[in-house]
Every structure is written in structure tokens, then in C-alpha cells.
Write a protein that binds this ligand. Structure first.
Ligand SMILES: Cc1ncc(COP(=O)(O)O)c(C=O)c1O
Length: 351
């Protein structure tokens, strides 16, 4: 099957596996793992922060960050379809005791005015205050959309003026940086904390980093222990991260070009693809406009050899390009998706 369900479908390459086999390791909990330490330093520098912390998943990185920024009863502001709000099992409430407020976004983005309005002090003498703003770049549910830098800076500046802490779920921030042709720090340095995920486009088996100031990251170490995320010879997997930073960042441009080719090919075949949305490695198809049920469409596509997945939007499915997808796979996927959906649409039409 051509697996376009997610960029988490990547498998470690033979070269990455060799690096894993040869990793130098130590006790990570004691901060003695040389490879974890190296990865943390590299990611901090890459994102323009003083320090970073290796954790097993991007979810844990996000949740640790939110615990650093808010007290129980404080309000978390985020775009309403962002990963921290819709896919992390209520973690902000469960772990940090935060009240979540989702702001309606366009292409995954919110405006400085929305943040100002949402953070306006209550007229009551109550102390349920907006304490943290979390943004996502690239934005998963918007289809891998990228924040224009000036808009991002505006919103972060507004949050700062209001005294809010700022977190970037930059699980795919390197996709954003490559798409915009800027250094990752140009996107990430203005936030208090930033999550970077290794197991998506970077092709590692697992791992994520949380970056921020030295002071915040010292507190994050404690939270990581509390989450049960402090590990032992974690250099075995951190080495994949070091390898990926050296070999898998520039090539994200290939994933983006393949997504663009896939989108153009599908649109040329008459499928309802929103071409404007394709800025990185996601392509969305609105199968509802073909009169198809999303689940049926996904099942038929899988039977015919191509894996797509659902999105938060009830009629929209997505294809995601990644390290394991070649140019040939993209050409074949265009044929398979177009022919399968055309056949299904023809039979679903009332006669
Ligand atoms: C934007 C975003 N943030 C966070 C995550 C969570 O990553 P993980 O599954 O590694 O915890 C994902 C996963 O898809 C994501 O897309």
C-alpha cells in the first residue's frame, strides 16, 4: 500500500538504523547520556532558545509546557481545532487544570484582536485569567498551513502585552521553515516554549523536544519526571534525531513538492482539492462534494492500494507525503485515488 495517511508513517532508514546501532549512550535521567545532551543542545540552537529537553512524544512536550505556564483555573487560548485542544485527551485540563478556550481560526491562524478580546479582564472581581496562548505551525487540522511571519509576530506581541505566556506547538515547525525559506529560529525564538517533533517528517521512530529558557527548562525536567518521561539510555533514539537534523531537514522540500504534484494531479483529474491549502506536505480532498461518505471512501482507497486518512472536517480526507513516499508513488497515487473516487462517485449518484 502507498501509505499517505500521515507523516508519522515513516520508518527509520537503513542509515538511521546504523546510527542507532552505534549510538553513544548513558543514563539520561542523570543527564549523562551524551547523545541526548548533544541533541538537546542542537535543537535549542536551531530554535533560538537557551535549552531544550528530550521527551518521548510531542504530546508530552506540549503538556509539560502548558503546566509551566498556567495554574489550575487559568485559561488557555488556542485556535479551536489545534492539536492541544482536540487530540490530547483534555490534557490541559487533566494535567495543568487549565480552562480551555478555542478561538475560531482561518487556516489555523487567529488574530491579535481575537487574543485581545479573549484575554480582556473579567468585569467581575474574579481571577480566572487568560494565562497562556498556544499556536500551531504548521497547523495540522488546517492541512499543514504555515503562519506568515508578520502575522505570527503580531499575535505573539499582543499576547506578551497582555502578560500571557506563549507556546508554539511546532511539531512540524521545520516544515514551516523549509516552506518559507527561513531559519527555524525566525519562527520559534519569540515564544516562551516550543515543541519540535522528531517522529513526523523528520523520520525518527519517536521523540520530541521542548525548547525554552534555561530557567523554564529546569522546571520542565521536574515535570518530565512527573509524567514518567525521564528515561535511561535514551541516546538509542536521540541519535536518530541527531541523524535526522543532519540528513532529513532540507529534504522536507521534496515532500512539499510531492504534495504539490499530488494536489495538481488530483485537481486535474477533477477531484475537489483545495490547491491554496497546499503549502507543505498535506493534501485535502473533500469527498462530500463527490457525494461520498468519508469512511466508505477511505475503505475503498485502502482496498485499492492507497492509504489516506480522515480529518476533523467530516467530509474531508487527507494525503500526507513523507520520507517513505517517492515520485513514482505520487504518480501511482494520483491514478489510484482519481480512478477509485471517480468510480465510487459514479455508482453513488442517483440514477
Ligand atoms: C500539530 C501536532 N502536535 C502534536 C502532535 C502529537 O504528537 P505525538 O503523537 O508524537 O504525541 C501531533 C501529532 O500528530 C501534531 O500533529
Amino acid at each position: 500500500m502507498i501509505d499517505l495517511r500521515s507523516d508519522t508513517a515513516t520508518l527509520p532508514t537503513p542509515e538511521m538504523r546504523r546510527a542507532i546501532a552505534e549510538a553513544r549512550v548513558g543514563d539520561e535521567q542523570k543527564r549523562e547520556d551524551p547523545t541526548v545532551n548533544e541533541l538537546q543542545e542542537r535543537v535549542a540552537a536551531l530554535l533560538g532558545h537557551e535549552a531544550s529537553l528530550f521527551v518521548p512524544t510531542a504530546t508530552m512536550a506540549n503538556q509539560i509546557a502548558l503546566k509551566l505556564h498556567g495554574r489550575p483555573g487559568d485559561v488557555l487560548l488556542a485556535e479551536e481545532t489545534s492539536h492541544v485542544l482536540v487530540y490530547e485527551y483534555g490534557g490541559p485540563a487533566a494535567h495543568a487544570g487549565l480552562v480551555t478556550r478555542g478561538l475560531p481560526g482561518v487556516a489555523g491562524r487567529v488574530t491579535a484582536d481575537q487574543v485581545r478580546e479573549a484575554a480582556a479582564p473579567s468585569t467581575k472581581a474574579a481571577d480566572q485569567r487568560a494565562a497562556v496562548l498556544s499556536l500551531e505551525d504548521t497547523h495540522n487540522n488546517a492541512g499543514g498551513r504555515v503562519w506568515p511571519l508578520d502575522e505570527l509576530e503580531d499575535v505573539v506581541a499582543a499576547a506578551r502585552e497582555l502578560g500571557l505566556a506563549t507556546h508554539l506547538d511546532g511539531s512540524r515547525v521545520l516544515n514551516a521553515a523549509v516552506a518559507q525559506g527561513v531559519e527555524p529560529a525566525a519562527i520559534a525564538a519569540g515564544f516562551d516554549t516550543v515543541t519540535l517533533c522528531l517522529s513526523k517528517g523528520l523520520g525518527c521512530p519517536l521523540g520530541a523536544l521542548l525548547a525554552g529558557s534555561r530557567e523554564l527548562l529546569e522546571r520542565a525536567w521536574r515535570e518530565k519526571h512527573l509524567f514518567g518521561g525521564a528515561m535511561r539510555q535514551a541516546g538509542i533514539v536521540a541519535t536518530a534525531g541527531v541523524y535526522a537534523l543532519e540528513h532529513h531537514v532540507d529534504r522536507l522540500a521534496d515532500d512539499h513538492a510531492r504534495a504539490r504534484r499530488l494536489a495538481d494531479g488530483l485537481a486535474a483529474a477533477g477531484l475537489p482539492v483545495d490547491l491554496e491549502q497546499v503549502e507543505t506536505n498535506f493534501v485535502q480532498i473533500d469527498v462530500g462534494r463527490l457525494g461520498l461518505d468519508r469512511r466508505d471512501a477511505l475503505a475503498l482507497l485502502a482496498e485499492n492500494g492507497v492509504g489516506l486518512s480522515g480529518t476533523i472536517h467530516p467530509t474531508v480526507v487527507r494525503a500526507v507525503t513523507h520520507l517513505g513516499v517517492s515520485d513514482e508513488d505520487v504518480e501511482r497515487a494520483i491514478e489510484l485515488v482519481a480512478s477509485t473516487l471517480a468510480r465510487a462517485a459514479a455508482t453513488s449518484r442517483p440514477t
